[in-house]
Write a protein that binds this ligand. Structure first.
Ligand code: ADP
Length: 164
């Protein structure tokens, strides 16, 4: 069974992430979306909130599981019996960091491959930070995050319920 892991912060999940999940889940038997909880990173949303939003965003994908992990990604990947790490690549700015991480992970665990999937042109400039910036400044995030969690994201990031 081909098990792949798609790791990230998902702070919060965007349509760019969902697009990578949709396309990569067609290429493997099971895709585990793994929400990182790096104690040295500052997140806007709690781990439980990031997981909850993701679960709602991927509820229609039958071979996708949402989980979370601490510590080294390669250890988590091995513990889940997975063979491959899948990452999304946006503009050039992602490349240097992702190359470094892929090489470090290859050194730690040569049997695990990192695959990169190019971001869809519509989401190439979409990031979780842009979504947060828009929400806190009252901008629209229509089309940038899944419709089913749009209001929850706004509520969680602002502490306010949106008027329907
Ligand atoms: P991290 O903190 O690891 O960068 P993110 O949640 O920002 O976590 O991103 C997780 C993964 O999703 C990374 O591989 C990132 O390049 C990819 N990604 C983020 N936004 C997009 C997008 N708009 N389109 C495609 N891939 C994306």
């Amino acid at each position: 069974m081909k098990i792949w892991v798609y790791p990230g912060s998902f702070d919060p999940v965007t349509n760019g992430h969902v697009d990578i999940i949709k396309r990569s889940s067609k290429l493997c038997d099971k895709l585990i979306v793994a929400v990182g909880n790096n104690l040295r990173k500052k997140y806007s949303l709690e781990l439980t909130e990031r997981v909850e939003l993701l679960k709602l965003a991927v509820k229609d994908f039958t071979n996708v599981e949402v989980d979370s992990f601490n510590g080294l990604l390669v250890n988590y990947v091995k513990s889940r019996g997975a063979s491959t790490i899948i990452k999304g690549l946006r503009a050039l700015s992602d490349y240097e960091y992702e190359l470094q991480m892929a090489l470090i992970n290859k050194n730690l665990a040569p049997e695990i491959e990192t695959l990169f999937m190019m971001a869809d042109i519509h989401y190439s400039y979409l990031s979780s930070s842009a979504v947060k910036e828009l929400v806190v400044n009252g901008g629209s995030i229509d089309g940038l995050v899944p419709d089913c969690i749009k209001d929850r994201i706004i509520e969680k990031l602002t502490g306010e319920k949106t008027v329907l």
